[in-house]
Design a binder for this molecule. Structure first.
Ligand code: HAM
Length: 427
């Protein structure tokens, strides 16, 4: 059917954003820096689908989490299967490792991913319904050295961007051996005060008492502070792991705070949990977080395999870059702007620009503008040189090349212009 103008404006979905130039060049800058650090730590990229069968997140991220209970974009596809736009990347990585039999082939694997995640939460500064994460997963390393390498990687990524004003928080969330006793301790301590807890926490008291410790409701926070810290209830193995983690963090020069209330919002964590917060981002201050998840792969039926990792929120990292006033280099400058003097030279300019583009970043006028407007355009895109083509130049085959900074002009044979630009641009 013929499409007709309706005059109805369609806007981006609430909680999503367009990233436009020049903002988009900040993303390229950031991703380049982050990939360099990831390579130094020996990580390779994995790309998994953006949607998965819903049970992957129900089982892995966890039935008792806010993400699974309230935030997933879940729909039934045309084949009648329930699928979900990924709210996080870790379950997909675990699935892919099992699906491709990779757990058998290699002992330690280091994988990273970049990409959009989807959570239906209330949008606010630093919180979006579609946001980008960089995730890094270290598979097959059981000891605290793995945890420390993971924290160290996260810190190094932030440092590579020039960030300084962040704090590393660590905790242990125990293991299936020691956590049930601690959950009971929370129930015993808080049960008699259930009437003072928020509705969600009353439910958490039954299903997942640990999560009460990071409830944001002020009255719950006050009551939760009366519970003894989990670190006092760890089994000997978890306790040793945690003590060693702290020593090793010191050995790589990472300052940290212990935060017994930091229990993370996902169900799969065992032992080490960590988050990195920025001092100037307000309520949504977590730049990233992660921890150990030694049981997740087995939950999906894979060979039990220890693992630890984190994800960093890239939208928030860029907010932090702005807050710290870090100067991000602008996108690549234009090397040359090809300027047509008179209508008769337009086609010639078009072909000159085409071959100059094999080696240089080149712009030209596509709007039949006057000479004066073209020179203005050349200046406004930051062109370093103008290659000027008038009828004389066309006839003689010698072009005028103008240095836009000094204003100096030189005559350069057409065939030499590319080489000339290479020389003067130091390429
Ligand atoms: P997470 O703590 O849920 O962990 O998310 C990691 C980071 O993603 C957060 O610290 C935050 O920077 C960013 N983030 C989360 N939600 C939003 C949002 N709505 N808007 C903007 N940024 C957001 C995970 O996702 C785990 N998969 C991390 C992990 C990897 N654990 C082990 N391996």
């Amino acid at each position: 059917m013929e499409q007709k103008p309706t005059g109805v404006r369609i806007q981006a979905v609430r909680g999503t954003r367009d990233i436009l130039p020049p903002e988009s060049s900040k993303w390229l800058w950031m991703e380049g820096k982050l990939r360099d650090v990831l390579a130094r730590f020996g990580y390779s990229e994995i790309r998994t689908p953006i949607f998965e069968y819903t049970e992957l997140f129900n089982k892995g991220t966890g039935e008792t989490t806010e993400i699974v209970q309230k935030q997933m974009y879940t729909f039934v596809d045309r084949g009648g299967r329930s699928v979900t736009l990924r709210p996080e990347g870790t379950p997909s990585v675990a699935r892919a490792l099992i699906e491709h039999g990779l757990l058998r082939r290699s002992k330690v694997m280091k994988l990273y991913y970049f990409g959009p995640m989807f959570r239906h939460d209330r949008p606010q500064a630093g919180r979006y319904r579609q946001f980008d994460q960089l995730g890094a997963e270290l598979i097959g390393a059981p000891g605290p050295e793995g945890d420390v390498e993971s924290v160290h990687l996260h810190v190094s990524l932030l440092r590579a961007l020039g960030l300084k004003q962040f704090t590393v928080k660590v905790n242990s969330v125990g293991c299936p051996q020691c956590r049930p006793a601690y959950s009971n301790l929370i129930r015993e301590t808080l049960g008699p005060r259930a009437a003072e807890l928020c509705e969600d926490c009353v439910e958490r008291l039954q299903k997942n008492p640990l999560r009460i410790l990071d409830c944001k409701v002020e009255s719950c926070r006050r009551i939760a502070a009366t519970v003894p810290p989990i670190t006092a209830s760890l089994c000997p193995d978890c306790s040793r792991h945690y003590e060693r983690l702290k020593v090793l963090l010191g050995s790589v020069g990472i300052e940290f705070e212990e935060d017994p209330g930091m229990v993370r919002g996902l169900d799969y964590y065992t032992r080490a949990a960590f988050e990195i917060h920025h001092g100037r981002l307000g309520a949504q201050s977590a730049l990233g977080g992660g921890g150990r998840y030694d049981n997740l792969i087995a939950v999906y039926g894979g060979e039990p395999t220890p693992a630890v990792g984190f994800a960093a929120g890239l939208d928030r990292i860029l907010l932090a870059v702005d807050e710290e006033g870090i100067r991000v280099p602008a996108g690549a400058d234009v090397d040359a702007y090809v300027v047509a003097v008179g209508e008769a030279t337009r086609d010639k300019c078009f072909s000159i620009a085409a071959w100059l583009r094999e080696d240089h970043r080149v712009e030209l006028d596509l709007g039949r503008r006057s000479l004066q407007s073209q020179m203005k355009a050349a200046a406004s895109v930051g062109a370093k040189f103008a290659v000027i083509v008038g009828e004389d130049e066309m006839a003689s085959g010698v072009l005028t090349v103008k240095d836009m900074t000094s204003g100096r002009q030189e005559k350069v044979p057409e065939v030499d212009v590319s080489g000339y630009l290479k020389r003067v641009l130091g390429k």
